[in-house]
Design a protein around this ligand. Structure first.
Ligand code: FES
Length: 152
């Protein structure tokens, strides 16, 4: 049986009717076509699915969509303002913070949270905060450089 759920995603109001078992990740990707958020492991191990809920980062694969009633969700699609990329997006480009790019939306959503929450004091602190976001290409050094630059 479907459940009515209202939430705001990237500034837009959605009134949805959802099966209770649908994850926030599957809602975004499969029902709303917001495919910038990636599915890597689908069980909380890789960080590719990272989004913000009321400003806090979460793994959207571990979160049910019906739990988001009244919440504000931000995905990678919601960071840029028109053609103007978010400073973290600009820094990832400048510092080659990706190779294949699959983990990048999740990395960037975590990086924004890292800076906003004040966990970018040192390279070690950034690495610790970002440790839930796995990059198979090994772009970690460049990701840290990108975050350090935005901090300055
Ligand atoms: Fe959610 Fe990997 S897809 S943590």
């Amino acid at each position: 049986e479907k459940v009515p759920v209202s939430m705001e995603i990237n500034g837009k109001a959605y009134n949805l009717s959802l099966e209770p078992r649908v994850t926030l990740l599957d809602l975004l990707r499969e029902q709303l076509n917001l495919t910038g958020t990636k599915k890597g492991c689908d069980h909380g191990q890789c960080g590719a699915c990272t989004v913000h809920v009321n400003g806090q980062r979460i793994n959207s694969c571990l979160t049910l969509a019906v739990m988001q009633e009244g919440k504000k969700i931000t995905t990678i699609e919601g960071l840029a303002i028109g053609e103007q990329l978010h400073p973290v997006q600009e820094a990832f480009i400048k510092h080659d913070g990706f190779q294949c790019g699959y983990c990048t939306p999740g990395q960037i959503m975590s990086a924004v949270a890292c800076l906003r929450e004040g966990h970018a004091g040192s390279a070690a602190e950034i690495r610790e905060f970002m440790s839930g976001n796995i990059c198979r290409c090994g772009a970690y050094d460049n990701i840290v450089d990108a975050i350090m630059e935005v901090k300055q």
